[in-house]
Design a protein around this ligand. Structure first.
Ligand code: ATP
Ligand code: MG
Length: 385
């Protein structure tokens, strides 16, 4: 009974609030900033990406990599140094922000403190010639969509952080924008609320079908909420793909390291005569031809220095494992055991996540095998296997 009701309500909401979905495309987008001394920062560097209509894209990367700048270029709050932006077939590069049909939500909700929730949501519709009754009906509709319909007469300081953020989202949606832009919308919330609110955002996005760019530096958040992830570093596009694909098939060492917690182990190694080695500690400073190490795989690749990438969960403790390591610490974390161990004859410390029934103790030497590994060129970081 209860379930039926929910379904009906969702269908009604969808019918009322459905937005025209539109593709967003950035072509060779570049944004340079210059400071007073003339020093130039390339915040966004020849960035080309297209976002399918109706998709939620997580724009992910470390602090300073150009995420917000990219979002503000799409919003029209910043002018690109070069490149074009398209909404569907329309080149909107020179269009002012208010004519782009975007809804923008920032990290600090920026609600008007002296206004009620209703007034905050209605605000973008004032000066637009929308009749008062219709304005209020639209505000109510958006408030229902984000599940704050019963809080309309409260002031922002009478709301929780998550509720305030939903008011900000309702306000961004009230003009029925074609594109929703969210800049770290959850970072002011505590862990629990962040989890709840991100599920809310996902639901709202599904119900409206609005093309959405969600900026975050939190890989777990991006993985869980996004249809696709766009990974960025130093203003450059690194990879765009489904979250699982980015995790399973990173294009380079940066992406491999940025996704996953605990992070992937990257072990210094080399390829010589079609064999892959872990470099031993005594040959670390030598030239490639003189290096020695622990042979772990045959590999058909040219001679080069590499990093071997092994995610903690790829490790297994087995009698015939090729990686001998001295276990320093064993931590029981529920379902799994995390072992921190040092690979013999190296300085390399690895983290392995193994099932909790694995026989493993600190201060003993054991052998690890691995179900999967990546190989990255040591100087470019490009993945070669
Ligand atoms: N108005 C500006 N003038 C000069 N440099 C700027 C300006 N805005 C941003 N930058 C620089 O551009 C780069 C990208 O900044 P941006 O704010 O886009 O990063 P971000 O990925 O959003 O980082 P964060 O996760 O910390 O919010 C940074 O090096 C930043 O210092
Ligand atoms: Mg930012």
């Amino acid at each position: 009974m209860e379930e039926n009701k929910t379904l009906e309500t969702t269908a009604e909401v969808r019918e009322k609030t459905i937005h025209e979905s539109i593709e967003v495309r950035m072509e060779n987008l570049t944004k340079e900033f210059s400071d007073k001394t003339g020093k130039i920062t390339v915040a966004v560097n020849d960035f080309t990406v297209s976002i399918e209509a109706g998709k939620l894209i997580g724009l992910l990367g470390p602090s300073g990599c150009g995420k917000s700048t990219t979002l503000y270029l799409v919003a029209g709050l910043l002018k690109p140094t070069a490149g074009r932006i398209y909404f569907g077939e329309d080149d909107i590069t020179s269009r002012p922000p208010e004519k782009r049909g975007i809804g923008l939500v920032f990290q600090n909700y920026a609600l008007y403190p002296h206004m009620t929730v209703r007034q905050n949501i209605v605000f973008p519709l004032e000066n637009m010639g929308v009749a008062k009754d219709e304005r209020n009906a639209l505000a109510q509709e958006m408030a229902e969509l984000v599940h704050i319909g019963d809080l309309m007469e409260r002031k922002p300081n009478q709301l929780s952080g998550g509720q305030q953020q939903r008011v900000a989202i309702a306000r961004a949606l009230v003009k029925k924008p074609k594109v929703l832009l969210l800049d770290e919308p959850l970072s002011n919330l505590d862990a629990r609320l962040r989890l709840q609110t991100r599920e809310e955002i996902k639901r709202i996005q599904r119900e409206t079908g609005i093309t959405t760019i969600f900026v975050t530096h939190d890989q777990e958040e991006a993985m869980s909420i996004s249809d696709e992830i766009v990974v960025m570093n130093y203003g450059l596009l690194q990879q765009k793909d489904h979250p699982q694909e980015v995790y399973d098939n990173p294009v380079n060492m940066f992406v491999a390291k940025f996704l996953g917690n605990p992070p992937i182990n990257t072990i210094k190694g080399f390829i010589k005569n079609n064999s892959l080695y872990i470099e031993d500690v005594n040959s670390a400073s030598l030239e490639l031809k003189d290096k020695t190490g622990i042979l772990i795989e045959e590999i058909k690749e040219s001679d080069q220095e590499v990093y071997i990438g092994i995610r903690p969960e790829f490790f297994k403790v087995t009698k015939d494992g090729k990686i001998k390591a001295f276990v320093e610490i064993v931590e029981h974390i529920g379902r799994d055991v995390m072992a921190i161990a040092k690979i013999q004859d190296t300085d390399v410390e690895i983290r392995a996540l193994v099932p909790s029934d694995t026989k493993i103790k600190a201060n003993e030497t054991i052998k690890f095998s691995y179900s999967k590994y990546f190989v990255f060129n040591a100087s470019t970081g490009e993945r070669i296997k």
